[in-house]
Design a binder for this molecule. Structure first.
Ligand code: MLT
Length: 322
């Protein structure tokens, strides 16, 4: 029976270091069968997951020896934190490690939609050469509305600013004298003003009960008909039916979605829409980000199992097991 169970895809030298000390089982598709995870859990001292494993109270009821849950990524919406905390299990995550990659993919999507890169590429591969068909717009001088000026929002806004965009921001947790505001020269404003003034709107909020379905038809209808919307945060923050209706009625010009209400999606409502870019939750999937994410989570798991304190803990640095 393993000391460390890993229920999603993971590898690399930092994992090899854990393997040298502990018995580690990596089963990349185990997240699909929670009953199998539950059956394996009683012997485990550590559980490492990405975003697909639902670590809930039911699963944790089998966690008799678990000392640490490692979330290889930033979002914590798949971890039932109160249940882990109640059992005295330390939860660690890797909040800063993939932010640059997410910011870069956001910019890639913005540039790609503004310049119709996807359809133009398909057209030219097919032997076409219709230049007027692919008239685009510049990002320079446009208003970039950032919803959530946290780590990823800030890095995205800084990059947008380097392209000459004006930064508008909505964030109920940030004060006007915060560094993120001065560094990006952001104009903090209420949500409706941001939606009405932005040419590009990007969502960088975590999924919480308050943010579920935050972007609905009504909110999309408040945007400019020429504006683009991007979600590289969590799919459930957007009501996909509302977005689809807004796109079909030309309430907005297009969208870029890296995340979906259901992952993998069970339907393809946006299929074939040239003004919608879809990617399969790959914002953090770069060599550099993954190296950092895996290093951080493995180092914290090693620290806890070795009796030390975790650096990136979410609840407490050491387990509080009886
Ligand atoms: C994150 O939350 O870090 C990213 O969405 C990637 C992931 O969930 O693994």
């Amino acid at each position: 029976m393993p000391d460390i169970l890993i229920t999603e895809n993971m590898g690399g030298r930092w994992l090899d270091e854990l393997k040298a000390k502990y018995s580690v089982v990596v089963e990349p598709t185990l997240w699909k069968t929670p009953n199998k995870i539950k059956a394996a859990l009683p012997s485990c001292r550590a559980l490492i997951v990405r975003n697909q494993t639902k670590v809930n109270a039911d699963l944790l009821s089998a966690a008799d020896k678990l000392e640490v849950i490692g979330r290889a990524g930033a979002g914590l919406d798949n971890i039932e934190l109160p249940a882990a905390t109640a059992k005295g299990i330390t939860v660690v995550s890797t909040p800063d490690q993939n932010s640059i990659s997410v910011a870069e993919l956001t910019l890639a999507m913005m540039l790609s939609l503004a310049r119709k890169v996807g359809p133009a590429n398909q057209h030219t591969h097919g032997g076409g050469w219709d230049r007027p068909k692919f008239m685009g717009i510049e990002l320079y001088g446009k208003n970039f509305g950032v919803i959530g000026l946290g780590r990823i929002g800030l890095l995205t806004a800084l990059r947008a600013r380097a392209l000459g965009m004006n930064i508008l921001a909505f964030d109920t947790y940030i004060s006007p004298d915060a560094v993120a505001v001065s560094e990006t020269h952001a104009k903090l404003m209420d949500l409706n003003s941001l939606l009405a003034q932005s040419d590009f709107v990007s969502c960088h909020m975590p999924l919480t009960p308050d943010t579920r379905n935050f972007f609905n038809y009504e909110r999309f209808s408040k945007m400019k008909p020429t504006a683009y919307f991007f979600n590289l945060a969590r799919g459930e923050v957007v009501d996909e039916n509302g977005l689809l209706q807004a796109l079909k009625e030309n309430k907005i010009a297009g969208a870029g979605l890296d995340v979906r209400e259901q992952e993998p999606p069970t339907s393809t409502p946006f299929a074939g829409m040239e003004n919608v870019i879809l990617t399969p939750h790959i914002a953090a999937m770069t060599k550099e980000a993954q190296e950092r994410v895996i290093a951080a989570v493995c180092q914290d798991v090693a620290a806890v199992l070795g009796g030390g304190a975790a650096k990136n803990f979410v609840n407490f640095p050491k387990p509080k097991r009886p």
